[in-house]
Structure formats: C-alpha cells, structure tokens
Design a protein around this ligand. Sequence first.
Ligand SMILES: [Zn+2]
Length: 114
Amino acid sequence: MNRSSRFLSILYVLTSGLLIWTAVLQYRYGPLWAGLLFTAAGAVPTVAVVRESVIGDLRRALTELTARPRRHGERLVDTIVRGELGAACCDRWWTSLGTDHDAACAHRARNSAA
Ligand SMILES: [Zn+2]
C-alpha cells in the first residue's frame, strides 16, 4: 500500500467511525430511520478500504509482471496471456469457466467429490 492509498484508507476509516458515531446518536436521540441510514452509510467506507487494498495488490502484481524477463520483442500482454493460459487446469475447465474438468484431469475426482 503506497502513501496515497494509506492516506485514503485512514480517511475512509475516520469517515466510517464518524458515521457510526452519528448513527449511535440517532439511535439514542433521533428517529430510528436516521440511525439505520447512518449505519448503512458507515459501512460504505469499509468497502472503499477493501478496494484500496485490492488496487494495491493489483499494482504489486503488475510491478512483478513487468519485472519478469521476456523474450525479445514479446509484449507485456503476451506475457499476461501466456501466464493465464498456463494457470488453466485443462481445456474443459477453461471453457466451462472453472466449473468442470476433463475426464483425464487430476482435479476431476476432487471436483466430483465436492
Ligand atoms: Zn481440470
């Protein structure tokens, strides 16, 4: 997580805390609907913190990917596609969006047992 992501995350947590505190005040002194509204609003910045974390992970993965040695003249997108195809289990797994395996695949038995 870089400095700007860390700053944003702190800001999100602070905002969430203030919204939750406002929700508590609304539950005690205000209408119930306002308390429910501020409770829901207090959860939204939590999603933003998770999003910042995911963005940081993606940025780190891209940095590692660009640092890998490539064949002469090979583009980065070729490296990404080759890596994704290499991570595929079998052809059936690839075409069924990961829900099924080839009959000869070693993962088939584990999938059918689940
Ligand atoms: Zn498979």
